[in-house]
Ligand binder design. Structure first.
Ligand SMILES: [Zn+2]
Length: 611
């Protein structure tokens, strides 16, 4: 097992329960005797169910009176809301999907509210760190990571004598007639030892870097343009005009977002695209770009050919077909014929010239159909296995295909989802500040090359301020009205692109981090006095980039950036990446901090390197 981690799967068991009341299945249990003063750091992925706190990390106390349970999986906020609702009221509420004509399906929550820090059940990525004090008074830490994408509950149960960590599958979404083999159950990778949260985060970083597909370490994150700035209002003419501007800007991958397809589920281009998907691919390839294509691979529109021909392939949950993103149904990828249809469609798209597959919506459905090839009680476990099969087969057949995880906002996040994708998105709002915060949250765990940033048009922001977070890490994905950009905007974009290209890296140990700032505290991660920032960890030679957005509140404020200084280097060069001007600085001067130009609300990009 890599980097000191051990994979633990206990012999699964279900504690006694009445025949008409299924119980949870405990799959992992660890005891840490003597651990006390326990806290857990929880990474909340972005989801439209909790849209104002994507990729935030909370540090929460775990006490005998306040056990904590981290809820991971595709529907984690909705599931945690149900469990908190039950925790408060003592009922047994099934997991379900909302209904109604006005429901567009991107929200899954049926009861309760998105978890608050005081509550037991917290939506979470499939990993966490725990810090505590042991019986001898030493600092100890634990890192855990799940290797499946099913809904899993990770309990942290403190008592007067220690800490129990257990993983269980909730009765709502896992109640098979017979327990499957342990290799089809979630396992927990664990490492513990002396240290604190930061030590455990470093352990996780090593594990996750070893998990990303090897392709990710061979090429830096690309520059991408995506048509979502137009929503689904696209056609062949608009796509062609968009490709022209993208090619002129030096974009490397151009992705056609939702709206190219005739029906979700069938995956044929609309009639107006000459030559179908192969024709769209030729438009991109002829301009020197790779083609990306959006799909909701696990979905089927009610009026699609596949839903009409095979209504029995749709996922059924609590007696009905679920209505999910953009009012589409889900196909059950746990049902072999439906899974094979999805695989055949995606394989055809790749053979038609798709180089970058961007998948969205719901590929892990909940299904309790009695008529499918899976155990109706296996629910998500079958769908998860089916989805892994589709992704792994595509990879096997198409060595150069890149796969982006946009799962309705970037969920779920666990070792298997990392292993099956080349990048994941950080923010579905397509906004600058949300992307900065997502880069900081994900940057604690993942390489800087692995967190896609969607950039919509935000004309209310000074352009360089908007661009600041996008210059750090990648992939950087333009989603605006490129053909409508002014000449001056295009000129600034070209400069921004040059900065991004200069600094992007495939190094798996490079990551986004908050720059150290001095100035009046601002209360937002990586910020001070109206200035927000994002930095890259230093290169091996000590060179490093930091970008800043000065808001109106930051104008005239005194804010200094304190770079990470390599030992034994006394002479440095400070470069303004936008203007190209350089200045020499001594170590002492950099230790005192580089005074940021806050004369106007704008964006800054500064670097330092040994002279
Ligand atoms: Zn099914």
């Amino acid at each position: 097992m890599p980097h000191g981690f051990e994979r633990i799967v206990a012999h699964p068991h279900r504690p006694e329960h009445a025949p008409d009341r299924p119980g949870d299945t405990i799959v992992v249990s660890i005891r840490l005797d003597g651990w006390h003063d326990v806290s857990v750091r929880v990474l909340h992925p972005f989801t439209w169910d909790a849209k104002f706190r994507g990729f935030r990390i909370d540090e929460l106390a775990v006490t005998p009176a306040r056990p904590r349970t981290l809820v991971s999986g595709a529907y984690s906020v909705a599931d945690a809301a149900v469990l908190n609702f039950d925790d408060a009221g003592g009922t047994r509420t099934p997991f379900d999907f909302p209904e109604g004509d006005r429901h567009d399906g991107v929200l899954y929550r049926t009861v309760g509210h998105s978890p608050e820090p005081r509550e037991r059940y917290q939506d979470a990525a499939g990993w966490c760190t725990v810090a505590a004090t042991d019986a001898d008074g030493r600092s100890v830490a634990l890192a855990t990571a799940l290797d499946r994408s099913d809904a899993v509950l990770l309990d942290l149960l403190a008592d007067d004598h220690g800490l129990t960590v257990q993983a269980r599958l909730p009765w709502q979404s896992f109640r098979p007639a017979e327990l499957p083999a342990t290799d089809a159950l979630p396992g927990l990778l664990v490492r513990h030892g002396h240290g604190d949260h930061e030590s455990a985060e470093a352990w996780l970083r090593e594990l996750l870097a070893a998990t990303v597909p090897s392709r990710a370490s061979t090429a830096p994150p690309p520059l991408i343009a995506d048509t979502w700035g137009f929503g689904t209002d696209i056609d062949a003419d608009r796509v062609t005009a968009f490709f022209d501007v993208a090619a002129d800007l030096g974009v490397e991958v151009v992705t056609v977002d939702k709206g190219w397809e005739d029906h979700v589920g069938d995956w044929n281009a609309q009639a107006g695209y000459a030559g179908g998907v192969a024709g769209i691919a030729a438009l991109a390839h002829d301009r020197g770009m790779r083609l990306g294509l959006w799909v909701g691979a696990g979905n089927a529109a009610p009026d699609s050919a596949v839903a009409a021909a095979h209504p029995d392939w749709l996922a059924t949950w609590n007696g009905r077909h679920q209505m999910v993103s953009h009012r589409n149904h889900s196909l059950c990828l746990g049902h072999v014929p439906a899974r094979d249809h999805v695989l055949a469609c995606l394989d055809r798209l790749v053979r038609d010239g798709v180089d970058w597959l961007l998948h969205d919506f719901e590929t892990i459905s909940r299904c309790d159909s009695e008529h499918h090839t899976h155990d109706p009680g296996a629910v998500e476990a079958a769908g998860v296995t089916g989805w892994y099969h589709v992704l792994a087969t595509l990879r096997e057949r198409h060595a150069n295909l890149l796969i982006e995880n946009c799962w309705n906002g970037g969920k779920p996040l666990d070792l298997q989802m990392i292993a099956h994708h080349d990048t994941t998105i950080g923010d579905d709002w397509c906004r600058s500040e949300e992307n900065r915060l997502a880069a900081l949250g994900l940057g604690v765990y993942l390489p800087s090359s692995w967190t896609s940033k969607y950039m919509g048009d935000e004309p209310h922001l000074p352009l360089r301020a908007q661009l600041a977070p996008y210059l750090v890490g990648g992939p950087w994905i333009f989603m605006g009205d490129l053909p409508g950009w002014s000449t001056s905007q295009l000129a600034d974009m070209r400069q921004g692109i040059a900065i991004y290209r200069e600094w992007r890296t495939a190094a798996l140990d490079a990551r986004a981090m908050p720059p150290v700032l001095s100035g009046a505290a601002a209360g937002v991660w990586g910020s001070a006095a109206g200035v927000t920032g994002l930095a890259l960890t230093p290169r091996p030679d000590g060179a490093q980039l930091a970008t800043f957005a000065v808001s109106e509140a930051g104008v005239g404020q005194v804010v200094r950036w304190h770079p990470v200084l390599a030992p034994q280097v006394d002479a440095w060069i400070v470069r303004d990446e936008w203007s190209g001007s350089e200045q020499r600085a001594t170590r002492a001067e950099l230790e005192a901090g580089i005074l940021l130009d806050t004369s106007s609300a704008d964006g800054l990009a500064l670097s330092v390197r040994p002279a």
